[in-house]
Design a protein around this ligand. Structure first.
Ligand code: NAD
Length: 402
C-alpha cells in the first residue's frame, strides 16, 4: 500500500508504519544520547498505562533506553486490516517491542481497554509470571470516554469552560483561518463526567489492584500526568472541565501516597509542558497557542517535545535526590514554558496574530509537521512513494473478557 496522510480536522485517520518506526527510533536515539545518573535509584520493572503514543510512549522509551528497565505497556490501538492501516500507536508499539526485544530487553504489551477490570487482572497475572513486581507505574491515559467497569455505565469527557462561556481566537488547522469560537460553559453533569473519565479514579483502581495482588515492589513510585498552563490556556484547560479532572489527580496522589507509604513508595502528579499529541490537538485554542510557543521556544533554544520532557522528568524528578516540586508536591518539568517573560511574549503575539501574519508570528509549519509526525508522516529518510507492508504483526496480548 502507498500511504498518504488522510487528515480530517484534528484527526489523521491513517498511519505510516515505516514513519512510525522511524519516529520511535529517533526517540530511542535521543534517550541513548543523554545521561541518566542512577545514584538515587532507577526503574527496573515498569508498567506504563497508555504507552503507545505521546507522553506514555516517551515514558516507556526513557525507562527502557535510559535505565535498561523491563517494560510492560498497556494501550488501546487498532491493528491493521487488508484495507486500513493500523493506528499510529499500534505501529509505534510494534516498533518499540521489536527493537527492545532485538536489544535483549523485556518488552510485553496489552492492547485493550485499560479501564476494565479484566485488563488490570490480566496485566497483574503477567507481572506475576514475568516480573514478579513493578517498581514504577506510569499512568498516561488520555481518552474521551470511559466505561465504569463496576456499573457498565459509559461516561464522556468534554472540553468546556466552567461558570461562563468562553470566546477565543481559534485556528482552523485545515483552512488556516483564524476566527473567534465560543464554547458554552459545562453543566454540572459534564464536569462530573469529565472527572470520571480523566480524573484519578482509574489511576487509584490500578494501584489498588496491583497492591492487592502484591505486585508492587518496595519503594514503588507512580505518577500521572497533567498540564497546568497559564493565562491563554487556563480558560479552556486549567480552569475548565479537564482542569477539574486534573485537580482530582492531586487528591488521588495524596490517597495513593498514604497507601504506598507502607512500602516506602509515593504517588505524584507530574506537570508536563504543552506538546502536540493526538489528545492535545483536539483541544480548541491549543494549535494556535502551540504554534506561537514553538516559534518562541525554538528561538530561545528551549523547545522540547515528549521525549525531551520525559528525559528530564526521570533525570530531574523521578530519580534524583532533590526533585523539582511545587507547593502541592507535584513534579514540575513545565518551568521553561511557564516563564513569565515567555508567556508575556506569547500573550502579545496572541493579540496580534491574524490569518495574514500567521506564518510570520507563529511556527504553524512546525505545528503541522509535528502533527503529521504523530502518524509517521513527513519524516526524513522515509520514502512515502514506496509500497509498504501495512500488515505489521505484533505479539501484543489482547485483553479477553468472559
Ligand atoms: P495520547 O493521545 O498521545 O496518548 C494516550 C494513550 O492512552 C495512548 O497510548 C492510548 O492508546 C491510550 N489509551 C486511550 N484510551 C485507552 C483505553 N481505554 N485503554 C488503554 N489505553 C488507552 O495523549 P498524551 O497527550 O500523551 O496524554 C497522556 C497524558 O499526558 C494525559 O494525562 C494528558 O492529559 C497528559 N498531558 C498531555 C499534555 C499535552 O500537551 N499533550 C501536556 C501535559 C500533560
Amino acid at each position: 500500500m502507498i500511504i498518504k496522510p488522510k487528515v480530517r480536522g484534528f484527526i489523521c485517520t491513517n498511519a505510516h508504519p515505516v514513519g512510525c518506526a522511524k519516529n520511535v527510533e529517533e526517540q530511542i536515539a535521543f534517550i541513548k544520547s543523554q545521561s541518566f545518573p542512577q545514584g538515587n535509584g532507577k526503574p527496573k520493572n515498569v508498567l506504563i498505562v497508555g504507552s503507545s503514543t505521546g507522553y506514555g510512549l516517551a515514558s516507556r522509551i526513557t525507562a527502557a533506553y535510559g535505565y535498561g528497565a523491563n517494560t510492560l505497556g498497556v494501550f488501546f490501538e487498532k491493528p491493521p486490516t487488508e484495507k486500513r492501516t493500523a493506528s499510529a500507536g499500534f505501529y509505534n508499539a510494534a516498533a518499540f517491542d521489536a527493537r527492545a526485544k532485538a536489544d535483549g530487553m523485556y518488552s510485553e504489551s496489552f492492547n485493550g481497554d485499560a479501564f476494565s477490570n479484566e485488563c488490570k487482572q490480566q496485566v497483574i497475572e503477567k507481572i506475576k509470571t514475568d516480573m514478579g513486581q513493578v517498581d514504577l507505574v506510569i499512568y498516561s491515559l488520555a481518552s474521551p470516554r470511559r466505561t465504569d467497569p463496576n456499573t457498565g455505565e459509559t461516561f464522556n469527557s468534554t472540553l468546556k469552560p466552567i461558570g461562563k462561556s468562553y470566546t477565543a481566537k481559534n485556528l482552523n488547522t485545515d483552512t488556516q483561518k483564524i476566527s473567534d469560537i465560543t464554547i458554552e460553559a459545562a453543566n454540572d453533569e459534564e464536569i462530573a463526567n469529565t472527572i470520571k473519565v480523566m480524573g484519578g479514579e482509574d489511576w487509584e483502581m490500578w494501584l489498588d489492584a496491583l497492591s492487592a495482588a502484591g505486585v508492587l515492589a518496595e519503594g514503588c513510585k507512580t505518577s500521572a500526568y497533567t498540564y497546568i498552563g497559564d493565562q491563554l490556556t487556563k480558560p479552556i484547560y486549567g480552569d475548565a472541565t479537564i482542569g477539574k479532572a486534573k485537580e482530582d489527580l492531586d487528591t488521588s496522589a495524596e490517597i495513593l501516597t498514604a497507601k504506598l507509604s507502607a512500602l516506602g513508595g509515593e504517588a505524584r502528579v507530574s506537570v508536563l509542558k504543552a506538546v502536540v499529541t493526538q489528545a492535545s490537538s483536539a483541544i480548541p485554542v491549543m494549535p494556535l497557542y502551540l504554534s506561537i510557543l514553538f516559534k518562541e521556544m525554538k528561538s530561545e533554544g528551549t523547545h522540547e517535545g515528549c521525549i525531551e520532557q520525559l528525559a528530564r522528568l526521570y533525570a530531574e524528578c523521578l530519580y534524583v535526590d532533590k526533585p523539582r516540586l511545587d507547593d502541592v508536591g507535584r513534579f514540575r518539568v513545565d518551568e521553561l514554558e511557564l516563564r513569565r517573560g515567555l508567556q508575556e511574549k506569547i500573550e502579545k503575539i496572541w493579540q496580534e496574530v491574524t490569518e495574514e501574519n500567521l506564518h510570520d508570528l507563529t511556527d504553524f509549519k512546525a505545528y503541522q509537521a509535528e502533527f503529521l509526525r504523530l502518524f509517521g508522516f513527513g519524516i526524513s529518510d522515509v520514502d512515502y512513494d514506496a509500497d509498504v507492508d501495512t500488515l505489521i504483526e505484533a505479539d501484543f496480548f489482547a485483553v479477553t473478557t468472559d
